[in-house]
Design a protein around this ligand. Sequence first.
Ligand code: TYD
Length: 140
Amino acid sequence: MNTKSTIYDCSIIYFRKIVNRAGNITPIENCRDIPFNVKRVYYLYDIPGGESRGGHAHLNLQQLIIAASGSFDVLIDDGHNKKLVMLNRPYLGLLVVPGIWRELVNFSSGAICLVLASFKYEESDYIRDYLAFKKTKSLP
Ligand code: TYD
């Protein structure tokens, strides 16, 4: 894991919006619009009111989180600093680098959270214990 990564390494990316009177398109291409190759796409939906998701960090995975519909907030935490990022437009993405604790909260009704990920699913890439995460981030 990147024990030195900080919330300031995470950034909001504004994607292109191709506007048409019949609706808009936002394309995302590997390495052109985002700084990694997408190996996996997944999305969260039918999230009950008041629920939160996430609550973990990744050792190596990079992710791009998009509110494809509706809105939600992403709490990012590097063990020292925290920030709440609101996602509420389908042309905005939050790049989350490895070694950042994240929680997804305040989902609006009908929200869809689209995630582009740099690797296939691997449970061994997760840190699900916050204290263990904090420990890795306080290593010299
Ligand atoms: P998890 O990433 O813990 O969900 P969240 O952080 O959104 O609360 O995943 C929940 C479950 O889904 C877990 O048992 C693993 C499984 N899962 C996959 O099988 N493939 C995937 O790509 C993802 C993201 C999760």
